[in-house]
Design a protein around this ligand. Sequence first.
Ligand SMILES: [Zn+2]
Length: 343
Amino acid sequence: MKKLLPTSTAGSLPKPSWLAQPETLWSPWKLEGDELIDGKQDALRLSLQEQEHAGLDIVGDGEQSRQHFVTTFIEHLEGVDFENRETVRIRDRYDASVPTVVGAVSRKKPVFVEDAKFLRKQTDRPIKWALPGPMTMIDTLSDKHYKSREKLAWEFAKILNQEAKELEAAGVDIIQFDEPAFNVFFDEVNDWGIATLEKAIEGLKCETAVHICYGYGIKANTEWKKTLGSEWRQYEQIFPKLQQSNIDMISLECHNSHVPMELLELIRGKKVMVGAIDVASNTIETPEEVANTLRKALQFVDAENLCPCTNCGMTPLPRHIARGKLQALTAGAEIVRRELLGK
Ligand SMILES: [Zn+2]
């Protein structure tokens, strides 16, 4: 990536109202069968166009073809029973009814590869594709078969590696693993979380990223954030090991969060997708606010490694707000880019 401060999003963007209920996380599809297939592709084209019009350098599918960033992937796997549900505590934060692992998990066919090929045909810009990370996957399930979080994570890592290799072959430039669970289970992250992530990227030549945020702007998350105090130092627990890992890029929540920016020093040398857009607020940042966040990050991230980004996905936001935020992101990045280039 030659351009200084290449901009991108964490992943999801709002869906059009004819495809799914707007401003709602994980809302069910409004179409069925062939209409749904066409509808998802049309929505992907729209989302891509909005990203390109906003001037994003690295684009994605806006996650238009999935309902949930974890479950949609798991739905395609063998060994998981979606009828047999149990209520579990997710990320130690909220209860949810989840499917159950009832046998050996496996991927009988590719999950997102056709969607990625479709996106690849629509644009010449670098494309980024998101997959759930192994630890976040196991945290969204009840396990009656392996009876070990670690064992199940290794199985998912192997499956993710198969999918990732096919996404790479389909022309994806950056494969991102979403691991919000990394901000909660620090001991497990250091014991086997990062190791399973490295298994998931084994043998890949494309760039790889891990997205670690404080979650969507839903109530359970904003309530949880209130308990974290005035300084959020969670990243501190996992950065030293991540810095040593084979992952190329780390996507973080930085704007309007209480993460002390100096923690980024701990991952010096990695590319950092600095979240400069708050996804839990409908207030559109000014370009100058975005620029300020990026300037602060530049104290701890070398300019050639800094990639301006959103804190998390923007699915729950009204479309015009999300669009405004994308424009603020690229305008803010441009201010700092000019400063760095002395123009
Ligand atoms: Zn996120």
